[in-house]
Design a protein around this ligand. Structure first.
Ligand SMILES: *[C@@H]1O[C@H](CO)[C@@H](O)[C@H](O)[C@H]1NC(C)=O
Ligand SMILES: *[C@@H]1O[C@H](CO)[C@@H](O)[C@H](O)[C@H]1NC(C)=O
Ligand SMILES: *[C@@H]1O[C@H](CO)[C@@H](O)[C@H](O)[C@H]1NC(C)=O
Ligand SMILES: *[C@@H]1O[C@H](CO)[C@@H](O)[C@H](O)[C@H]1NC(C)=O
Ligand SMILES: *[C@@H]1O[C@H](CO)[C@@H](O)[C@H](O)[C@H]1NC(C)=O
Ligand SMILES: *[C@@H]1O[C@H](CO)[C@@H](O)[C@H](O)[C@H]1NC(C)=O
Length: 627
């Protein structure tokens, strides 16, 4: 990693920053070929006529002009050219026809803004015993050809053919210039000098029979590195369709307009970059214009802000040592930054812990921070994945906006409920740490047991029978929990609240006591759950001031009014829960005909000795003897 960063940094000051070449989110490369605007692969990404197609059925993908044009090897904005794969034409050996007049299609005729570059291509013909004439139109091949050649063929192999010393000079190979203005096709007339070639001696062994012709990039063809013989045989295999051999040709392109003056008046004027200028196209393409970055700038003049000052970049070599120096400095800076960030993170984690440490009088998290407990309580993600079969949907027990609860089986065969949080908002993290801190303190048979946690997931004892709320508020005429069970559950909840308030090392106020936070196990034993909002109150304090938190209908009005939290707040909520157990009405929703809340209505009826008006039928029925 260090070495990687180091080498990156070394390169940074020396290489140009990667300038933007394409529009917005447009594809800017295909199979290693850059696609600068005005070219583009999709609608909105290219100028009219400059569509290219990236064919991903090839490995690596290949880029094509339009959809039916030649394969693109390189696009140059600065030269206004495209290098494409050249096509090699093949003419059969003499014998059958005295002469062939063929139309040579370089580009499909619908490719508008392109033309074969006259300056950068040549017509190259390889073979023996023929004369070839090329002209723009078929009728002019013999009268005004633009090129004509007839290679000679000595019986002995010419010297230098295999050693890169011989050019295409008329011995077995000849070349002719290409005129401006070939946008699609031209015509050739190839006539064999010896019509009876089959009877004549075969061509010398150093040249293959037949003729091959190509319009090819001059610079590439005349490059001395490859021997002429090698290039001649490359033409031969290319003509046979060998795909891997690439012979380049160069196309010019221009933007469509009669001149710069005319183009500049139009809304689609292409030279949009600052520091760019319009130039009448001198290429062989149909009248048009191209854009150039002004002297001292380079980049893509067809993009807003595309032309940039290259002096911003440091020349390699001259500034090499400077680059190395800057690179080292940057490396040190980055390393220092990484270190600093790590320290900061560690400090933040510590701060969060300290915060809760303070808030809960230190007693809670002190234990969590304790190594043994932490190690026992922290589950690895993989362990939880194993326990829930990768959080299988079939294992979902329930869930809501906050997260999903899964049933899981730990390695030690404990059946657990795993609460997987959805969000990482600070409030939830706070609640999470709070709950872990509080529950790790508590061991009571009527309080749900927390086995551990893992980042944002919590692992609880599995309570199979759902919430008291669900048991109580069953629909329609269905019978609800028997009164006996309701009474026992009330005792159990009271017992656990009393424990929380007084028996634990600090007084814990649950703060959200309600039937939907009471879980029931297989024997309908109550388990108090959801300690996300709970707070510890030190023994020497009777209350703390907090933000108001709780559930409407259950909340202690005094706490609501004063924001002073005491254990009495839980007692009030517990009382509301008792009313709920007696009446089977939902405290957060109930409204009497006079608009009173459940508690107000209940106490009113109690005072008027009319309690039977509101009691649950089932309670009246089952509890009669005791009441
Ligand atoms: C641009 O043109 C110059 C001069 O013809 C040539 O040497 C260079 O290779 C061209 N660059 C590209 C990318 O075609
Ligand atoms: C000979 O010429 C005819 C018509 O001009 C053409 O159809 C045929 O393909 C040519 N044969 C060869 C081998 O070029
Ligand atoms: C092709 O060239 C030969 C030889 O120069 C000539 O006799 C013949 O008329 C030409 N054919 C055409 C169609 O121009
Ligand atoms: C070509 O060969 C035929 C017979 O095969 C002969 O009649 C004709 O004269 C020969 N033409 C030339 C130009 O040699
Ligand atoms: C582009 O050029 C063609 C002819 O080459 C012309 O018919 C057409 O009107 C031009 N388009 C624009 C927008 O100028
Ligand atoms: C471009 O061509 C037009 C006429 O076609 C001419 O008036 C104008 O001066 C030329 N501009 C440049 C910059 O050469």
């Amino acid at each position: 990693m260090g070495v990687f960063v180091f080498s990156l940094l070394l390169m940074m000051p020396l290489a140009a920053p990667p300038a933007k070449i394409a529009l917005g989110n447009c594809e800017s490369t295909c199979g290693g070929v850059d696609i600068p605007y005005p070219f583009g692969t999709s609608y909105g990404c290219h100028r009219r006529g400059f569509r290219v197609t990236c064919d991903r059925t090839h490995r690596p993908p290949k880029l094509f002009l339009q959809s039916n044009g030649p394969e693109v090897l390189e696009i140059s904005v600065r030269n206004a050219t495209v290098r494409v794969r050249a096509v090699v034409w093949s003419f059969a050996a003499a014998g059958s026809n005295a002469s062939d007049v063929v139309k040579v299609t370089v580009l499909p005729s619908n490719l508008r803004p392109y033309a074969l570059s006259a300056a950068r291509n040549a017509l190259v013909v390889v073979g023996c015993g023929f004369q070839l004439q090329a002209a723009a139109r078929p009728t002019t091949t013999t009268r005004t050809p633009f090129g004509s050649c007839a290679p000679s063929c000595p019986a002995a192999e010419p010297s230098g053919l295999r050693h890169g010393r011989r050019e295409c000079d008329g011995v077995g190979c000849c070349q002719a210039p290409i005129p401006a203005g070939i946008t699609s096709s031209f015509h050739v007339n190839l006539s064999w000098l010896d019509r009876n070639a089959t009877a004549a001696p075969p061509p010398p062994s150093w040249v293959a029979p037949g003729a091959r012709m190509v319009t090819v990039e001059k610079e590439w063809w005349s490059h001395r590195r490859n021997a002429l013989a090698a290039k001649m045989s490359l033409l031969l295999s290319s003509a046979r369709g060998a795909d891997g051999l690439v012979i380049p040709a160069v196309l010019d392109w221009a933007l469509n307009a009669s001149s710069c003056a005319a183009a500049a008046k139009r809304s689609d004027f292409g030279c949009v970059s600052k520091n760019s200028e319009c130039v009448n196209s001198t290429s062989s393409a149909a009248a048009g214009y191209v854009c150039r970055c002004n002297d001292g700038y380079d980049g893509n003049p067809y993009l807003p802000g595309g032309c940039q000052d290259p002096r911003m970049r440091l020349a390699p070599g001259v500034f090499l040592s400077m680059g190395v120096g800057i690179g080292m400095c940057l490396l040190l800076l980055v390393l220092a930054a990484i270190y600093a960030i790590k320290r900061l993170r560690a400090r933040k984690v510590k701060k969060v812990r300290e915060y809760f440490f303070k808030q809960n009088r230190g007693l809670l998290l002190q234990q969590l921070v304790d190594k043994d407990i932490a190690e026992r309580m922290i589950f690895k993600r993989e362990e939880l994945e194993k326990a829930t079969a990768k959080f299988d949907e079939a294992r979902i027990l329930g869930g809501g906006g906050h997260g999903t609860v899964y049933k899981g089986i730990l390695l030690n065969q404990h059946v657990v409920a795993i609460k997987k949080s959805k969000f990482v908002i600070q409030k939830e993290i706070d609640e999470f740490i709070n709950e872990v801190a509080i529950l790790s303190q508590i061991n009571h048979r009527n309080v749900v047991k927390l086995f551990g946690c893992c980042l944002r997931d919590r692992v609880y004892e599995f309570i199979p029978n759902g919430t008291l709320y669900a048991h109580l508020h069953v629909g329609g005429s269905q019978r609800s929990l028997p009164w006996k069970d309701r009474l026992r559950i009330a005792f159990e909840v009271a017992d656990s609240l009393a424990y929380l308030h007084s028996a634990a090392s600090i007084s814990i106020v649950h703060r959200d006591t309600k039937t939907s936070n009471i879980l029931l196990d297989d024997r309908l034993t109550a388990k108090v759950s959801d300690f996300g909002a709970s707070r510890g109150i030190a023994v020497d304090q009777s209350s703390v001031t907090t933000g108001i938190q709780g559930t409407h209908g259950y909340m202690d009005p005094e706490y609501c009014y004063t924001a002073r939290l005491t254990d009495k707040s839980d007692v009030y909520s517990y009382g509301v829960m008792l009313v709920e157990l007696l009446t089977r009405k939902k405290p957060s929703m109930y409204m009497s005909p006079e608009g009173a809340s459940l508690v107000v209505h209940f106490t009113m009826l109690l005072n008027q000795d009319k309690l039977y008006d509101i009691l649950d039928e089932q309670v009246i029925e089952e509890g009669e003897d005791e009441v």
